[in-house]
Design a protein around this ligand. Structure first.
Ligand SMILES: Nc1nc2c(ncn2[C@@H]2O[C@H](COP(=O)(O)OP(=O)(O)OP(=O)(O)O)[C@@H](O)[C@H]2O)c(=O)[nH]1
Length: 869
């Protein structure tokens, strides 16, 4: 251990040299000049002297304190409210903090280490200046633990953990030298003592921290290197993306939905290089914006990379108010896009579908003759079902011995001369419903007329429906086995409705058959095959298939099951198909006998499994390359059908006839008329047809007697016609359909009123309409005779409400039989003004005593509505 000079010691201890010299003098030590050497003994003596001088000595100079404890006591109060309502509790908290420095062995001589540093001084100062740290989190360390913990230590000095005690009663241990914070402290004395103790500690720490620091630095360096490496990678990646993006933009726009994905990726790339790579465009970016037939405002904004608010603002400038989710038409969108400085590219919604269809046509060009697809129609009980059943049982079952015949909605009959496919949905309702959905599936219509009954109203309807669809007719005169059968009469009656037999010079084949005996059935099938030849029915027998959905259902075990009729191409098991709005892979195919088949050609009906849902009868199906294309097309079709539905509805509105004519959109006004009696039908039909002019042709697509039914509505929908009810009403099912499809229906009770309105609509002079609103409907459940009121109808209000002073009509089977006013409206012998739905009431009709059970009493209101052309 080397001795030090006075100057050196002053420096080490951090006090002025003069002061140290003075202290040395006071202690009576020999050293009195700055360069005098102080021995270890002298140092100890100096320390003892100093302690003595400050009155802190414990006795002998060499009996240095074993530990120095710094204490601080703080007392505070804590107010705590326990349960609500109970008074607050005050807890006194006394916090005693102490710091104890323990001497384990001899005090090491001052300056036994060559290293002296600034740190020592600083630490000393800090210890004196800083208040003892308060840490309530640290658990109190007991003296015993403290002893144990320090026993094996080899260090000469150990600075103990700060000891915090939180106590309310306990006193600090007495064997410790206590220095209370509140007492005046001789800082110099402390400095002397601590200087020695702390120096060691600091040096140890310094040594330790040196290695730790080195480690830390190494770690940091590595981390920084890794980060830099990563950043470099990200930069490279971002640069590459920017480059490809640029190229893409130059090379034109990616089409369709794939673009979306690309955009997302770009965005993530942009985020990665947000800091370094973003370059503000110096010139306006002109984009190519593809615009479909209808586009949502937000989508358009996205395509132009502007905020939707910008687009809305621009639309407002153009005089159009639109919301963010509103769809705008192509023309407006093009104007807007150009206004905003971009290039608009018009895109047809059908492009994708057209592409696929074109591909279909290309690949399947070789056409072969195909079987005719036949629908059977006729009046009730004339034998439609019997005929179909006979053909199926004898032909189909015979052809497929042992097969289980099942109803799949269509089946094929194979004969020596060729095949015929029957749609197993007899009746014109199904036929027209299919047509209303746009499916032109039937090639030939068989109109069944019972030879013993002759032409009936529904026979005429069948003929009209077939004509409206432009489908050739074959007449089957059924039940010729019956003794009272009179085929001649049937031929005559049919001629009166312009269905003239070939043998009489006409163009319609009449076949006499019996669904009971089977007579003439072969002739009928032959006639069908002949008709098919005349029609030259051909279709490609190879290539991707397409056709129509006949019916579909949800099977418990098999999921969605659809019967489809292939019209062209060859459908194979395992192919992806799109059926209306549904799509999927054909998992399995079965024919009408439940037999699994692997392929189906033109005019073949098959049941397919594997679709995502049940398509509608009349929906078109086609084979697509993959599932993605199928899904995209399904979505597109859904949109398209919505739009076309709306368009069809608009086309068939009486108040829009003139505006449509003016724009050249329409040159004909189609009408479906239902009347109460034949006489009014004829009168109305003739008068309306006479309204035809050079600009517009008024066509009565169908006219019939009786209430308006679902079939009439479907026919109106299929032919874009306006429905006219003359003294008749629509039944419940028809009303539902009318509402659902928004079909234009007009009720009249005076012929000239109907004629006037149609006339005005054609000339664009439609006056404000007096609209009749039906406010309520009551069903007659019972009829009482009262001497005072005559016939009183016991009614149940089934719709809306019945009002005493509103006009009424009496309906029998949806035909108006009386129009007038109420005489009385009663509930339990009380006269009332109004009766609501679900309530019973007694109704007396003024001047009318013929009300019957089952009749309906319609209550209506007349309101003037301004026309909007
Ligand atoms: N004698 C005889 N009776 C027949 C013939 N065809 C059908 N019938 C009978 O006529 C009745 C009606 O036959 P359907 O086949 O149900 O008639 P539909 O036209 O299908 O009747 P709807 O389904 O109610 O419209 C049944 O009782 C049949 O047995 C036939 O050729 N000869």
């Amino acid at each position: 251990m080397s001795d030090k000079t006075v100057r050196q010691l002053a420096e080490v201890v951090g006090i002025p040299l003069e002061r140290l010299l003075e202290q040395l003098k006071e202690a009576g030590l020999s050293a009195h000049a700055p360069d005098d050497v102080i021995s270890e003994d002298e140092k100890v003596k100096l320390l003892a002297h100093l302690r003595k001088r400050h009155g802190k000595s414990t006795g002998e100079t060499d009996a240095a304190p074993k530990r120095v404890t710094l204490k601080r006591r703080t007392v505070s109060e804590l107010k705590q409210s326990n349960a609500p309502g109970s008074s607050a509790k005050t807890i006194s908290i006394e916090v005693r903090k102490k710091k104890t420095y323990v001497k384990r062995a001899e005090v090491a001589p001052v300056g036994d280490e060559p290293k002296e540093s600034e740190e020592i001084k600083k630490t000393e100062e800090r210890i004196q200046a800083e208040p003892t740290p308060v840490s309530t989190e640290q658990p109190p360390v007991s003296a015993v633990t403290e002893e144990k913990a320090t026993k094996g230590e080899e260090e000469l000095f150990e600075r103990e953990q700060p000891v915090d005690e939180v106590a309310t009663t306990a006193e600090a241990p007495q064997d410790k030298i206590s220095v209370d914070d509140s007492e005046p402290v001789d800082k110099e004395a402390l400095t002397e003592a601590q200087a020695i103790e702390i120096r060691k500690e600091t040096e140890r720490k310094a040594r330790l921290s040196e290695t730790e620091r080195k480690k830390e630095e190494e770690k940091k360096r590595r981390l920084e290197a890794a980060v830099e490496k990563n950043a470099e990678k990200v930069r490279q990646l971002a640069a590459a993306r920017m480059e490809s993006q640029k190229k893409k933009r130059q090379g034109g726009q990616a089409a369709g939905k794939g673009k979306k994905k690309g955009k997302q990726k770009d965005r993530s790339g942009a985020q990665a290089d947000l800091k370094h790579q973003f370059e503000k465009p110096v010139a306006p970016v002109i984009r190519d914006v593809t615009i479909p037939e209808h586009i949502i405002v937000s989508d358009l904004a996205q395509k132009m990379s502007v905020k939707a608010a910008e687009v809305i603002k621009q639309l407002m400038k153009m005089g159009m108010m639109a919301t963010i989710n509103q769809s705008i038409d192509q023309e407006t969108a093009v104007l807007l896009v150009e206004e905003m400085g971009h290039k608009a590219i018009m895109q047809s919604d059908d492009d994708l579908e057209a592409e696929i269809l074109a591909a279909l046509k290309e690949e399947s060009s070789q056409e072969m003759s195909r079987a005719p697809i036949v629908t059977i129609m006729g009046h009730v009980d004339h034998g439609k079902t019997s005929l179909l059943d006979y053909i199926r049982e004898t032909r189909v079952a015979a052809g497929e011995a042992g097969g289980i015949t099942q109803h799949i909605g269509a089946y094929q009959v194979v004969t020596d001369h060729g095949s015929v496919t029957f749609l197993d949905t007899p009746g014109h309702a199904a036929f027209t419903a299919m047509r209303a959905r746009g499916a032109e599936l039937t090639d030939v219509v068989i109109v069944v007329v019972a030879a013993d009954d002759g032409v009936m109203p529904q026979t005429k309807e069948a003929v009209e429906h077939a004509r409206a669809a432009n489908v050739p007719i074959i007449v089957a005169i059924n039940k010729i086995d019956k003794p009272q059968a009179n085929p001649e009469k049937v031929m005559q009656e049919m001629s009166t409705i312009n269905v003239v037999p070939e043998e009489w010079g006409g163009d319609v084949q009449f076949i006499k058959v019996s669904a009971k005996t089977g007579e003439g059935i072969d002739d009928l099938i032959e006639a069908l095959i002949l008709q098919a030849e005349i029609l030259e029915l051909k279709a490609p027998a190879e290539g991707s298939a397409s056709g129509i959905v006949v019916e579909s259902r949800l099977d418990k075990g098999r999921g969605a099951v659809a019967t489809i009729l292939v019209q062209r191409g060859m459908l194979e098991k395992g192919q992806f198909v799109l059926c209306g709005h549904e799509y999927g892979r054909v998992r399995a195919m079965f024919n009408e006998n439940g037999k699994a088949v692997k392929e189906a050609g033109p005019s073949t009906p098959v049941e397919i499994l594997g679709l995502s849902g049940t398509p509608n009868a009349g929906d078109e199906f086609l084979v697509v390359q993959n599932e993605r294309a199928a899904r995209e097309l399904a979505e597109h079709r859904e949109d398209k059908s919505k739009i076309s539905r709306m368009a069809a509805q608009q086309a068939a509105k009486l108040d829009q006839v003139f505006s449509k004519m003016a724009t050249g959109e329409t040159a004909s006004l189609n009408l479906v008329i239902k009347t109460d009696v034949q006489g009014s039908l004829e009168a109305l039909r003739e008068s309306l047809i006479k309204l035809s002019s050079d600009e517009v042709e008024v066509k009565v697509v169908y006219g019939g007697v009786g209430g308006i039914n679902e079939g009439d509505v479907n026919l109106a929908l299929a032919s874009g016609a306006i429905l006219i009810g003359f003294n008749v009403r629509a039944d419940t099912a028809a009303r539902k359909l009318i509402e659902e499809k928004d079909v234009d229906l007009h009720y009249y009770s005076v012929i000239y009123q109907a004629i006037d309105e149609v006339k005005s609509s054609i000339s664009g002079m439609l006056a404000p309409e007096i609209k009749e609103t039906i406010v309520g409907l009551a069903e007659v459940r019972d009829v009482f005779r009262s001497p005072k009121f005559g016939a009183v109808a016991g009614c149940m209000v089934v719709e809306g409400f019945v009002k005493r002073n509103l006009p009424i009509r009496v309906l029998r089977e949806n035909v108006v039989i009386y129009e007038g006013q109420l005489e009385s409206l009663r509930r339990f012998k009380d006269d009332v003004a109004e009766v609501k739905m679900g309530m019973e009431c007694g109704i007396g009709v003024k001047n009318y005593n013929d009300v019957k059970v089952g009749d309906h009493i319609e209550v209506f209101e007349r309101v003037e509505v301004k026309r909007e052309l």
